[in-house]
Ligand binder design. Sequence first.
Ligand code: GTP
Ligand code: SPV
Ligand code: MN
Length: 659
Amino acid sequence: MGVDTKMPQRQRVSFKKDEMFASHFLKEAASSSKFASKIEPKRRYDILYGNLNRLPKKVRFFVEENAKVCQPDAIHICDGSDKEKELLYYMLQRDGAIKPLRKYENCWLATTDPADVARVESRTFISTEEKHDTVPRIKDGVKGTLANWMSPEDMETALDSRFPGCMRGRTMYVIPFSMGPVGSPLSKIGIEITDSAYVVASMKIMTRMGQNVLDTLKDGDFIKCLHSVGQPVTGTAPTGSKYAWPCNPKDVLVAHLPERNEICSYGSGYGGNSLLGKKCFALRIGSILARREGWLAEHMLIMGVENPQGEKKYFAAAFPSACGKTNLAMMEPSLPGYKVTCVGDDIAWMRFDKNGQLRAINPEAGFFGVAPGTSMKTNPNAMRTIQKNTVFTNVGATSDGGVYWEGMDEEMPDNVSTTSWLGVEDWRKETGKPAAHPNSRFCTPADQCPIIDDQWESPEGVPIEGIIFGGRRPEGVPLVYESFDWNHGVFLGAALKSEATAAAEHKGKVVMHDPFAMRPFFGYNFGHYLDHWLSFQDNDKLKLPKVFHVNWFRKGPSGFLWPGFGENSRVLDWIFRRVNGEDCAMKSAVGLVPTPDSIDLSGLKDKVDMEELFRLPKDFWKMEVEELNKYFEEQVGEDLPAKIRQELKKLEQRVESDL
Ligand code: GTP
Ligand code: SPV
Ligand code: MN
């Protein structure tokens, strides 16, 4: 790689030089800062890159305040330039944090500490003055599963015992980033402070990052994101020494302080724990802003679907983590004449425009996609996307400079060996241990996707005509059905369940509730969230999209009943026709299901047992109703909107009378 090995000139700017400026803000900070007692006003910092003086005042104050607390050796203010990118990758490689993958263009491999491989839901908290703003009021003795609340006092203690001095010996990076196209009325700005260069490199891919964001921000407000790997080092990274992924698994804390527009994350350098624009900002804080401002921040892909007649519609779909969003968003339809384009694969920010049309933007600029299971057969467009400028984490490495993971489906020549994500050389399948961690991921720029939608960066967003919910349901839940109306659609979201996956620390394949695929990502009380969704029904100027539920994961004796992936286009075709008002649905106990033969199976290679795919076992649904009732009563309690309770009652009656 053509890296300029000359380090940037060290500008020796110290805080002392700006004492008047700093002391003014310090005084102001003293009363409000959560770390006030720990401030050491005399410390000096090297500014390694960028210019503190040119930062907007509020950003500069945020940086100075946290520099005094975290006490890094140096500060690097990101400008998002190519030069900076080269410098970062150079340093990461020099320190052993990433290795080049010579088979591809500008691709890299990082492997983490085996204890830092996924989101840590049990250590993720939201702190508000009023507990009820964050979690539903439930009975004493019941463990809530819809967001973890922490009191501001406990949060103060938790933060105070972690952040002071946490960046000693490290460089503090300042990342100005925009969620959504820079300058779009739907976009929001954040500043992430981090001591991980890996996080900077990832944020550069996942968000719009750099000087242009600061230019747009001017003196406006932003979401304050503070991140530390939580492992202070003394002295600088020993060049050439064996690299150890910095983290502090026993003290992980992912904290949200919505009343202060702050996110503070400590101890993990991986994924949603550390790329704070993603789940922390775009979903948890985002959902709070959305409710306040009358829009929706959702864990949804956004896709364009063009039918053989050339008519195009956009859909948004919410599936829980590792349940198929990236795959659906990039699918290569098997049905002739259909064309799919990708707007986003994980998060949708949606707002009704003045004509009552729901419009969505993808706040991200990259894909942080699950690697295992991605192949030329399942997701060829993802495979094509990741051939360049991609950072892979926790996948296997091949001796010819490539990557490897379970389900990649590629013949390996005899003379090529694989090193597993844990560093086991000459790894063999027979060991029974995977070459790649099940939550290993690729981090890749969205604009490299060959089917990226031509409107994917449109500032006003794309028009959404259907919302699709889905999860991994091995039993009882049909391939596709449609809600009777909006309220029933909201109920389908509320009742969403799925088998646990490796995206978080859950063990085993137990079916868990994951309402709206947002269980780990709600920023506020789920009961209030339901009220917000239901409220759109009251405005008759809004064109409410149709709502669907899909399940690619129903199982029979010999595995999945439905071939999935590109064949899911057959289900999209039915959904498309329903949105166009075609008479191809009939009532069932659970919702509107396809009339016989209305799902196009032409050209399908293997026979599919459609009867079994759509069977509604009475026992199963009776249990489902009972279990949902228990869940809503225990977990949402008095905060459950009456309309949702009514929908459940209606489902119960239909199950009793129709099945
Ligand atoms: P997050 O990034 O964690 O939010 O995940 P995601 O929802 O984007 O899931 P993704 O598309 O990465 O898929 C996760 C896993 O499910 C991969 O191993 C896929 O191969 C598998 N998968 C996706 N779609 C299908 C499908 O239609 N059928 C089957 N059987 N598996 C699928
Ligand atoms: C998810 O878990 O839903 C992800 C991966 O998209 S992470 O960014 O780690 O949250
Ligand atoms: Mn996700």
